[in-house]
Design a protein around this ligand. Structure first.
Ligand code: NDP
Ligand code: GUE
Length: 291
């Protein structure tokens, strides 16, 4: 292996520590802690684990965590009613509805019901539009975390070629928007892309968000490329990313591991977005450069 390992766990710990300091200052000024509400519908094992670790991280950062667990057979109207209550609750700065929702529930309708100014996931169309047009809003946590890792690794991104593999609303599309705003030349690849290796051969930055274990091979990469592996795939061999780590690490300049790469940054960015939401709601200034 020649690639440098990008330590997302350490970067996330640093970000969480900064958020915790600023959350303590906020609590002094506002007379209350920032609050994050997480809604989990159903009993999906992986989702339960995530929700528990989000709750722990929220409390550790000096924020209030409100967990709402609903049965898998919850009616759409009841879920919408809960979102309405959270929208109206002054103690709640951020709302996250854990995805995927059980079959029968309309995720898009639920996400669109969340007050855009409490939408710390950045999934509301208003926030997607703000990101696309360069306005201040909430940026989805996973791509935001990826951008932070890239900037820490490379410094200036201007003029670099980036290939984003995947075009989902929660990872690929906002990732491409962020890289475009950072003046990269961005290619978005997806399941209909012809000759992915051709595109990757020119990529200084590769972000893989495909959902297929070990999909990206080292021999497709440009030597020295910085590779961000978003994939979380549970295999009999354990948790693996979308990049074939061994072969990629012998060609790339730097690469994120799975676990310990993008995942921890996602949670840290969720806390960051909640802190920002709390400041905006209370009209308390927060220097964006401070975090
Ligand atoms: N670390 C973290 O914090 C997070 C990790 N994840 C993980 O990231 C991965 C992606 O998540 P998500 O974006 O939600 O997934 P989606 O399933 O929504 O999107 C996958 C994307 O990959 C594309 N794709 C599928 N097959 C190929 C192929 N053969 N070649 C090129 N592109 C392909 C799809 O293309 P098309 O659009 O044509 O179907 C689609 O755009 C998953 O492993 C998920 O678990 C997700 C969120 C957070
Ligand atoms: N509304 C919503 N917002 C999300 O942000 C959201 C979601 N729904 N649904 C599911 C995906 C996935 N996701 C992850 C978060 C943390 C890790 C994480 O911390 N991973 C650890 C490993 C955890 C483990 O061992 O399972 C790591 O990569 O090191 C992974 C994945 C957020 N998501």
């Amino acid at each position: 292996m020649t690639a440098e390992l990008i330590d997302g766990k350490k970067a996330a710990e640093r970000l969480r520590a900064r958020v915790a300091e600023l959350a303590a200052l906020f609590a002094e000024d506002a007379g209350r802690k920032p609050g994050l509400a997480v809604v989990l519908v159903g009993e999906d094992a992986a989702s339960s684990v995530y929700v528990r670790s989000k709750g722990k991280a929220t409390v550790a950062a000096g924020m209030e965590s409100f967990e709402h667990r609903l049965p898998a057979d919850t009616a759409q109207a009841d879920l919408i009613a809960l979102v309405d209550r959270l929208n109206a609750d002054p103690a709640v700065d951020g709302i996250l509805v854990q995805l995927p929702l059980p079959g029968g529930l309309d995720a898009q309708a639920v996400l669109t019901r969340i007050d855009p100014d409490k939408d710390v996931d950045g999934f509301h169309p208003v926030n997607a539009g703000r990101l696309a047009t360069g306005l201040n809003g909430f940026v989805p946590c996973t791509p935001y975390g990826c951008l932070m890792l890239l900037k820490a690794q490379l410094g200036e991104l201007s003029g670099l070629n980036a290939v984003v593999i995947g075009r989902s609303n929660i990872v690929g599309k906002p990732m491409a928007a962020l890289l475009t705003a950072a003046d990269c030349t961005v290619t978005i690849a997806h399941s209909r892309t012809r000759n992915l290796p051709h595109h990757l051969a020119h990529a200084d930055i590769v972000v893989a968000a495909v959902g297929r274990a070990g999909f990206v091979r080292g021999e497709w990469l440009k030597p020295g490329a910085v590779v961000i592996d978003v994939g979380i795939n549970r295999t009999p061999a354990g948790l693996v990313g979308d990049v074939e780590f061994e072969s990629a690490a012998s060609v790339a300049g730097a690469i994120t591991p799975v676990p310990g790469g993008v995942g921890p940054m996602t949670i840290a960015c969720l806390l960051r977005n909640t802190l920002v939401a709390a400041h905006r709601r209370e009209g308390i200034a927060l220097d964006p450069q401070a975090i």
